[in-house]
Ligand binder design. Sequence first.
Ligand SMILES: C[S@@+](CC[C@H](N)C(=O)[O-])C[C@H]1O[C@@H](n2cnc3c(N)ncnc32)[C@H](O)[C@@H]1O
Length: 280
Amino acid sequence: MTEPDHDGVDLDRPNAVRMYDYYLGGTGNWAMDRALGDRVLAEVPVAPLIGRANLEFLERVVRFCVRNGIDQFLDVGSGGPAVGTVHRIADSLDPASRCVYVDREQVAVAHGQLLLEREGDPERHAIVRADQRDPDAVWRAALGTGVLDRTRPIALIFCAALHFIPNDEPADEIVAGYRKRLPAGSYLAISHATYDDLDVPADYAASIRAAFELYERSGTPAFSRRYDEIASFFGDFEMVEPGVVWLPQWRLDEAPSPVTQKFVARPSISIGWCGVGRKP
Ligand SMILES: C[S@@+](CC[C@H](N)C(=O)[O-])C[C@H]1O[C@@H](n2cnc3c(N)ncnc32)[C@H](O)[C@@H]1O
């Protein structure tokens, strides 16, 4: 096994974004990702549905933001973005919309560059490599693309990304660093995995903990946080109704998908808290 590179990323271990791609039936994953992914799936066979519930939240967020006048997106921890494709959803509603993707993982960023070369507009779409734990670096890299206008509202998205910040690092301070940089009228959208607060049968809760432990073998261990910790990421932002809720509960303004219907009776099976806040 090689040492991680200077950004703490190594290519010799399974990676969360490629495992996520595997659960969702994508092709951007390697044998080692599938091997660890299979062990997670053995513990949590609904992992692909959890991934879908997260993606559907992301899609609803983008539609909500465009409907509320947002035309610029900053998607941090975006992955490729072969899976969560903010620019496609935004473009379908507003062809002048702009989107910058940020991820730390070099393969995801390289794939994202290829994807945007094929289907993006360089004036309106970009992907940069940066570490979400450094708001200043992310901000500089994102604005450095020339795609975003820092004087107008931006939707900043952390979808299934902040749970990769270790519990012993100041996640609250990090997210505050982004909140203070956003212009007034901007939105902050977050989804975050948890094994706390779950209202599920004991054997499912144990499997979720086991899955978190399996991620410790990857280059991207994940860290659970409680409802209060996730709600505090929004600081003094005004929460969009219905506040911080489980993934299948956030603004089901469209006909509920089969995934959402599966989780509706016990939404915490989705193991993801989510919410959207607006900067006053
Ligand atoms: C589970 S994927 C989520 C992808 C997409 N946001 C979605 O919800 O569909 C998590 C992503 O966060 C990225 N990530 C993890 N730690 C990061 C960090 N410190 N800085 C930037 N990206 C990070 C991973 O590389 C991965 O692409």
